[in-house]
Ligand binder design. Structure first.
Ligand SMILES: NC(=O)c1ccc[n+]([C@@H]2O[C@H](COP(=O)([O-])OP(=O)(O)OC[C@H]3O[C@@H](n4cnc5c(N)ncnc54)[C@H](O)[C@@H]3O)[C@@H](O)[C@H]2O)c1
Length: 284
């Protein structure tokens, strides 16, 4: 945790001494690594103590085991971000166990079940989607920032909200299936800006990391339920439907973009929407 940027022997992107909470740091069961898990591992490899939070405790513990197997430092916290008290408990636990919070990555999202043929979704499922994708993000931003305000020195806090290009580019159209996700991400983009504006004076930063299609297990599963793509046709179909220019990235690339935002090297960057999308949202 040093800001001696002028030193020629500086270790860049060093998160030593920082406590980073990764919400959604487990991953849905499957072969492809998720964005939260990859970010947690990259942060630990760069010296952070990582608090791995997930509704699925086994998935969070699996991430912790991967980190500790590399001699990194992490522990798991089970929490459901649809529940405000659970959101508060995440940060109470981090403060109790680690004494501070320097980074928070919100990497949770769901696509609630819906009837694709009849274009219908229950109100409960819709509301649950908004609670997970947006309201949980609001509470985690607020509670994380309240912890970060207690940090002293030149290195205070960095919040990263993981968004999606579905919030600005949506080929599915007025389809109820995508709504809790797309609208939730629109809200998340805005929450980032409000957090950044409100807490800038305390040196706390908030940025949106907006992802294009990532080759995670969830990315493949959701493209099946939303678009009806078969797993072996996802790349080709995405290239056609989403007009991808560079195909899909792995979640490791998300982890490295997040690393920059977590590190002190980015301490003048706040309130931004950084698109990691291989040019998918370029209009030309
Ligand atoms: N994969 C993509 O193509 C893609 C594209 C754009 C954005 N994203 C974003 O990346 C983030 C992570 O997605 P991923 O594809 O890496 O999948 P993932 O399965 O690795 O991550 C989602 C995690 O959230 C957890 N989770 C779900 N509901 C929860 C709840 N109520 N409380 C706590 N945890 C909960 C899941 O258990 C899972 O571990 C999401 O915000 C998603 O919108 C992904």
């Amino acid at each position: 945790m040093s800001t001696d940027f002028e030193r020629s022997d500086r270790t860049v992107f060093d998160l030593t001494g920082k406590v980073v909470v990764v919400v959604g740091g487990g991953q849905m069961p499957g072969p492809k690594i998720g964005n939260g898990r990859a970010t947690a591992i990259v942060a630990a490899r760069h010296g952070a103590e990582v608090v791995v939070v997930d509704r699925n405790l086994a998935a969070a513990q699996e991430t912790v085991d991967m980190i500790t197997a590399e001699k990194g430092n992490a522990y798991a916290v089970q929490a459901d971000v649809a529940d405000k008290d659970d959101c508060q408990r995440i940060f109470d636990t981090a403060m109790q166990n680690s004494g501070r919070v320097d980074g928070m990555v919100y990497s949770v999202a769901i696509n609630p079940p819906f009837d694709r043929v009849n274009n219908s979704m229950s109100a409960d499922d819709f509301n649950h989607g908004i609670n997970v994708n947006m309201l949980g993000c609001y509470y985690c931003n607020l509670f994380a920032a309240q912890c970060m305000e207690k940090n002293e020195g030149g290195s205070t806090g960095s919040i990263i909200n993981i968004s999606s290009i579905a919030s600005i580019k949506n080929e599915v159209g007025l389809n109820i299936g995508i709504m809790p996700y797309a609208l939730g991400k629109c809200g998340l983009n805005y929450i980032t800006e409000l957090t950044a504006a409100q807490f800038a004076a305390a040196g706390i930063r908030a940025n949106t990391l907006m992802l294009g299609p990532i080759d995670s297990t969830l990315g493949n599963t959701d493209s099946q339920s939303l678009f009806g793509f078969e797993p072996d046709e996802v790349d080709e179909a995405y290239a056609e439907v989403v007009k991808l220019k560079m195909g899909r990235a792995s979640a490791w690339e998300t982890g490295y973009a997040a690393l920059y935002l977590l590190a002190d090297e980015s301490r003048f960057m706040t309130g931004q929407q950084i698109r990691l999308d291989g040019g998918a949202t370029l209009v030309r």
